[in-house]
Design a protein around this ligand. Sequence first.
Ligand code: FMN
Length: 214
Amino acid sequence: MTPFDTSTTDRLLSTTRSVRRRLDFDRPVDPDVLRDCVRLAAYAPNASNAQDWRWVIVTDTEPRAAIADHYRAGIVPPMQELLDRRRADGDAAGVRHSEAVLYLAERFHEVPALVIPCIRGQLDPNLDLAWTASLFGSILPAVWSFQLALHSRGLASTFTTTHLLAAGEVAALLDIPDDYLQTCLIPVAYLRGGDLKPPDRRDPDEIIAWNTWA
Ligand SMILES: Cc1cc2nc3c(=O)[nH]c(=O)nc-3n(C[C@H](O)[C@H](O)[C@H](O)COP(=O)(O)O)c2cc1C
């Protein structure tokens, strides 16, 4: 007997996908559900248990539209270029991915909730790897917990970083103070249709190095 029903937990872990085409743009997201998912996310590990994070949840129409413009400016030109290359190469899976990314970009302003997890800290090229890892490592596990909690409640999301190309503009728009760093942006909506399928991933034996790299 395992302490959890692993058929359920394994299904959650393997089917929490990046959802773009199946977001329900018409159904507002219940703030209580978002609050509950942030509550669960906050159980994640974080350096020194400082919990110096702030989850900025944007549901108002105007800031969502402004953020969507920044997002599109960052992602559409390179993704269109990648799509063209993938088409030329006959890369069907790559084409599907690029088309889905462009679809989400086009409708980004319609996503009911844009969630920006922030952590107190500064990026500094003089900081060592350990410091930088502990900065992002103090929030990204919580972000994934947040996405799992959303999925288990019938919502869907995608981990994105593109808006960070305009992090300064978005910070100004949302009054995010200088001592906080935006780490990503999670568009959140209810999932349309049935549950998701596990994606293709590399086999563990291809990616594990036991005891030594070789
Ligand atoms: C660091 C990082 C940045 C990402 N940025 C974006 C993004 O800006 N836009 C987007 O649509 N997807 C983004 N993704 C999602 C990936 O495209 C996605 O996780 C990957 O294609 C695997 O698909 P899956 O999550 O459905 O298994 C990002 C993922 C990661 C981990």
